[in-house]
Design a binder for this molecule. Structure first.
Ligand code: GAR
Length: 187
């Protein structure tokens, strides 16, 4: 594909979704190219993937939200980035920032939205003795984990499931669902 959409990925942690998107983006027909990775956590493990795959990387502290978003916007504009993916990015973006990129920011969340928005999803799902959980890729709007759903994958919860095992099994699905969702957006 000649004209891939210039994309920035935001991370805060391990970056396993980041790596899966990077790998997929190297396929000829994948619609996006990752031109920038931003982390708001200087110790995020995912930073290693920026180095491994030789992708420009920036750390910006998000302690001051205005400064964080101003720094991000500067880099995004400089690199002519048109699409943003949040991949384990644990900071809520301001309404103004989101408005600037309406239908151009997507997020992955480890639950079957609209159920279990917010943090500690696996713990709450197990406490409620749910039969299923899963993951969702959705557009980001001004309300937490509430934008239009792009794709979802259901995961059956086993009898002796622990938070750790559920997290791992859902992550495995996330690594397929995120690239599939990106393909479906630009189809
Ligand atoms: C993923 O499970 C993702 O769905 C979740 O954080 C994990 C990040 O893993 N995101 C959220 O909870 C956002 N509210 P990763 O850093 O290995 O991709």
């Amino acid at each position: 594909m000649v004209n891939k959409i210039k994309t920035c990925i935001f991370i805060s942690g391990d970056g396993s979704n980041l790596e899966s998107i990077i790998k997929n983006s190297r396929e000829y027909n994948f619609p996006i190219k990752i031109e920038l990775i931003i982390s708001n956590n200087p110790n995020a493990k995912g930073i290693i993937f920026a180095k491994k795959y030789n992708i420009p990387f920036k750390f910006f502290s998000s302690q001051n939200q205005n400064n964080f978003e101003r720094n991000c916007l500067f880099e995004i504009k400089k690199k002519k980035i048109k699409f943003l993916c949040l991949a384990g990015f644990m900071k809520i973006l301001s309404q103004n920032f989101i408005k600037t990129f309406r239908y151009k920011i997507v997020n992955i969340h480890p639950s079957l939205l609209p159920k279990y928005k917010g943090l500690n999803t696996h713990k709450r799902v197990l406490k409620d003795k749910e039969k299923y959980s899963g993951c969702t890729v959705h557009f980001v709007n001004s309300k937490l984990d509430s934008g239009k759903i792009i794709l979802q994958k259901k995961v059956l919860i086993y009898k002796n499931e622990t938070e750790k095992s559920l997290k791992q099994r859902i992550l495995k699905q996330e690594h397929k669902l995120y690239p599939q969702s990106i393909i479906s957006i630009f189809k």
